[in-house]
Design a protein. Structure first.
Length: 103
């Protein structure tokens, strides 16, 4: 399983700014290794962020996203102390969920 995501969520003037750094190799399936063999595709396909059980972000990604992707988004309605939960699923079925408190 991948390393934990680094999530920072800050509320200001009724808007929550969320920054997420994900740890993932994000292989496109087009690169070759030292022996000339194609490295199999392995990339994040779906990203979901929830606040109090409500989805505030849903994204579908492909192989063009860089290694260890960074994601930043805003949403309204969060308060300090609330939890934000971010989940990703990749094309091999691996899944990671982490959460952080809004400050």
């Amino acid at each position: 399983m991948a390393d934990p995501m680094r999530i920072r969520a800050v509320a200001k003037d009724g808007v929550v700014n969320v920054k997420v750094l994900m740890s993932h190799e994000m292989e496109t399936g087009q690169r070759k290794d030292g022996a000339g063999n194609i490295v199999p595709a392995h990339f994040i396909q779906n990203v979901t962020a929830t606040h109090n059980g409500k989805t505030v972000l849903s994204a579908q990604w492909g192989p063009a996203v860089s290694k260890n992707p960074f994601l930043e988004f805003n949403f309204k309605g969060g308060q300090k102390g609330d939890k934000i939960q971010v989940t990703w699923t990749d094309n091999k079925g691996d899944k990671r969920t982490d959460e952080a408190a809004i400050s």
